[in-house]
Ligand binder design. Sequence first.
Ligand SMILES: Nc1ncnc2c1ncn2[C@@H]1O[C@H](COP(=O)(O)OP(=O)(O)O)[C@@H](O)[C@H]1O
Ligand SMILES: [Mg+2]
Length: 257
Amino acid sequence: MVEAFAVASGKGGTGKTTSTLALGMALSASHDVTVVDADTGMANLLFHAGLDDVEVTLHDLLVEGTGTDVSDAVYERFGMRVVPCGTSLAAFEAADPARLRDVVAELAADADVILLDSPAALGSKSAVLPIVLADRVVIVLQPTIPSLSDGLKVQEYARSYGTETAGVLFNRVREDVGIDRVAEQAERYFGGETLATVPESDAARAARRAGEPLLAHAPDAAAAAAYREAAARIDVRPGDEEAVAARFRSAVVPDTP
Ligand SMILES: Nc1ncnc2c1ncn2[C@@H]1O[C@H](COP(=O)(O)OP(=O)(O)O)[C@@H](O)[C@H]1O
Ligand SMILES: [Mg+2]
């Protein structure tokens, strides 16, 4: 069984990578989890997961003719399978984003949950590919009106490809923002519930500096608890991996603008 989630937002820097690894670790308590850095142009998961010195990454799988096996880019870390992406601009330019379909299809065979750390969806048309591939999307928001409105555009894109909203995650929430009211508003407009509100957190920054996911670096932090709460609210659906793999392989790649 497998369900694939895109962890997405309208713009960069909202905490998608932090959230992908935190949800992944929390879900790995009860599921086989694979996380993929599908943000191939602004990859940063490798820095969050202490994988910045590895040889083989997703980029090698996306460039034709390298002969790299998918398993060569899979690293067992923090109780999950992690597929990092490199940061070289040359590799990004040589990569064929459409090959992500086959990579994710192959990863689906060994996972209950696939989390696709996704590009800022409003960046370019090809940036929505992970959203096209995913069963559902987790939308990461900051508690501001512009961020909510970007998130609604992401949901609109996702729906146009048949991808429903699993829920909304507010990140970097400061005490003074009146989050209850914002979350109440959000629940009216977004398909899924508010999964959690994650506070602005020194522990999240320290984890990034240490090259460890938040839940490994500071499991007792309030932000870590919020992510565990979010993961508990996601009812993973047991999709048939053959059907999911077939759907990935045949997904229509949006045109680049
Ligand atoms: N809850 C938080 N509190 C404080 N800093 C955070 C929080 N979440 C993320 N960050 C920091 O914000 C920066 C961007 O987060 P990241 O997860 O890399 O975002 P994205 O992948 O969306 O670009 C990182 O330096 C990260 O450590
Ligand atoms: Mg990122």
